[in-house]
Design a protein around this ligand. Structure first.
Ligand code: PBG
Length: 317
């Protein structure tokens, strides 16, 4: 029988993420946005060095990131047409398979959610009365995960926060011959005010309401821990807290409670804050960024998702 231990041991990149060493450049994951139908790549004013890439420009970006020493990516695929029923399979397949064909040695995690896809911008499907259809959402998300796997995804990263999604994805992947594909779960993900710049990049802001019926309440420490424990029980290989800096107290407790590699996502709002401080002459961007990375390391983070992973080799040298 395949076990989780072997799924991680099989791949040198995953062994780097899971190791008990302190943070180093091999533990940094670089997010990339691929926007279908975009004519020219767009710079993000709030996130220095981050782009909304076209299907073509993401290839050049990946190539230069690999040269800079990054070998793990988190892909956000933003389809041209919103739909609550149709999965944009050809865009997903094309983007992932092209990247894997060009860069077979890079590791591509794919963010698995629906907020860039749905007409209302929520992370799941809604019923007529506007409430979340948890079961329908999970089935749809598992089908998306399977589409990613078939296209050549190296890992699945569910970020929607529906109940039971990790178990469902694991079952679907295993049944379809993808038992080696790991799941990196956004397991302790809060409803937060720090995702603003991301939602502009991924075109994923909710049209009405907020995400408090599925993302964790920042006041609830028990839920923060039990959500990660649950994802371990459902079969997650890697756990994560998000936003990173405001969840710093939870990293080591989660790691100790689960025995799983637990990382942090330094989200767009945190990254932009450092940028705004430095732009106004109040700090040096690289120095302040490196300080936050050292703190993630002190707090026990096994790995880090950060928009400046491509500077990791230089900054952590
Ligand atoms: C998708 C998703 C979000 C982020 C990562 N995946 C946005 C959200 O939950 O609203 C945020 C990342 C960031 O702010 O950098 N659900």
């Amino acid at each position: 029988m395949e076990t989780k231990q072997r799924r991680i041991r099989l791949n040198p990149r995953l062994r780097n993420l899971a190791s008990s060493e302190s943070l180093n450049s091999k533990k940094l994951i670089q997010p990339l946005f691929v926007v279908e139908g975009l004519q020219e790549r767009e710079r993000m004013d709030s996130l220095p060095g981050v782009f909304r890439d076209t299907e073509l420009s993401v290839l050049r970006q990946t190539e230069s990131d690999l040269k800079a020493g990054v070998d793990q990516f988190l892909l956000f695929l933003v389809p041209e047409t919103k739909s609550n029923t149709v999965i944009p399979k050809s865009f997903y397949e094309r983007s992932i398979s092209t990247l894997k064909r060009e860069f077979p040695d890079a590791f591509f995690w794919i963010d698995t959610c629906m907020c860039s896809l749905t007409t209302h911008g929520h992370c799941g499907l809604l019923r007529e009365d506007g409430s979340i259809d948890n079961r329908g959402s999970v089935l749809h998300l598992s089908e998306i995960a399977l589409t990613y796997a078939r296209a050549g995804a190296d890992g699945i990263a569910p970020s929607d926060m529906m109940d039971g999604r990790v178990r469902s994805h694991r079952e679907v992947l295993d049944k379809s011959g993808f038992s080696n594909i790991p799941i990196l779960s956004y397991s302790t993900k809060f409803k937060s005010n720090f995702y603003g710049p991301f939602r502009a990049a991924a075109d994923s802001a909710p049209g009405h309401g907020d995400r408090s019926s599925y993302q964790i309440d920042v006041r609830n420490r028990e839920d923060s821990l039990s959500s990660s424990v649950r994802d371990k029980e459902e079969g997650a290989d890697f756990l994560m807290v998000k936003p990173g800096m405001t969840s710093i107290d939870l990293i080591r407790p989660i790691r100790e409670a689960t025995g799983l590699p637990t990382g942090a996502y330094q989200v767009s709002g945190e990254f932009a804050s450092i940028h705004y401080l430095s732009q106004n002459g109040f700090c040096d961007f690289d120095a302040a960024l490196t300080e936050t990375w050292r703190i993630f390391s002190r707090a026990g983070a096994s790995y880090l998702i950060t928009y400046a992973a491509r500077k990791g080799k230089e900054l952590l040298a």
